[in-house]
Design a protein around this ligand. Structure first.
Ligand code: PEP
Length: 251
């Protein structure tokens, strides 16, 4: 059966010292909670300290983005090979903040996902509707299109290393959460698109998370939905007790 994955996205927060302290505090709190995979996606400079602090625990470390070239004249970017060299296991691609503020498109998201998979990283692929699309009733079309474009050229074997995070943009960092029914329904639409692309078995196996103001209060209900296999958590992943409560709900 598919794995539940609870992943934190720290965004542009935490120093290396704060990272070490956070993981040292979190590790005993989530020890033995093995019914879900626990991932923290952290800023590039925090990856090394996070990997060191998480060694021997059930906490896995990821990055928040990756470039598609192996090396070269891409000032400010980081390659998949560099991430692997410091012990990174997961990487987020296509986060709405990257799409919104840094001009990323389905084309660049797809290139980044492919480069990460080629290097052996596990990919958390984010996609989701904006408010206007939800209000216009075209959420299903939008997420189907994103799923197909973002996964173009990724084969069934590589898909096993992909997690999809359905993140309605209107719910990220806003305190607005999709209802459990909306989250379930749209994750189901994505699963159906996966079935069309890769077959029923792949669709049953792929982990599809919900992300968007998930917290210690609403996690249990969201995670109880059949198509919601975990969460990508921003704000609440910066607080040990809140993040632990979400991991506990998933267990
Ligand atoms: C995110 O950054 O992916 C996210 C879901 O943020 P928040 O939980 O703060 O809405």
């Amino acid at each position: 059966m598919r794995r539940t994955v609870i992943a934190g996205n720290w965004k542009m927060n935490m120093t290396p010292d704060a990272t070490r302290a956070f993981i040292t505090e979190l590790a005993p709190m989530v020890e033995g909670m093995n019914k879900c995979d626990i991932v923290l996606c952290v800023p590039y400079v925090d990856i090394g300290p996070a990997v060191d602090a998480a060694r021997g625990t059930n906490i896995h470390i990821g990055a928040e983005n990756v470039h598609f070239a192996k090396s070269g004249a891409y000032t400010g970017e980081i390659s998949a090979q560099m991430l692997c060299a410091v012990g990174t296991e997961y990487v987020i691609v296509g986060h709405s903040e990257r799409r919104q503020y840094f001009g990323e498109t389905d084309t660049t998201v797809n290139l980044r996902a492919k480069a990460a998979l080629d290097a052996g990283l596990k990919v958390i692929l984010c996609l989701g509707d904006v408010k206007e699309e939800r209000l216009a009733g075209i959420t299903d079309e939008v997420v189907r299109m994103q799923t197909k474009l973002d996964l173009a050229g990724i084969d069934a074997e590589q898909l096993k290393s992909v997690i999809i995070a359905y993140e309605p943009v209107w719910a990220i960092g806003t305190g607005l959460t999709a209802t459990p029914e909306q989250a379930d329904e749209t994750c189901g639409v994505i699963r159906h698109a996966i079935a069309e692309l890769y077959g029923e078995e792949a669709a049953e196996e792929i982990t599809i998370q919900y992300g968007g103001s998930m917290n210690d209060q609403n996690a249990e209900e969201l995670l109880s939905k059949v198509n919601v296999d975990g969460g990508l958590i921003g704000g609440a992943s910066l607080k040990c007790d809140k993040f632990t409560a979400i991991v506990t709900a998933a267990n």
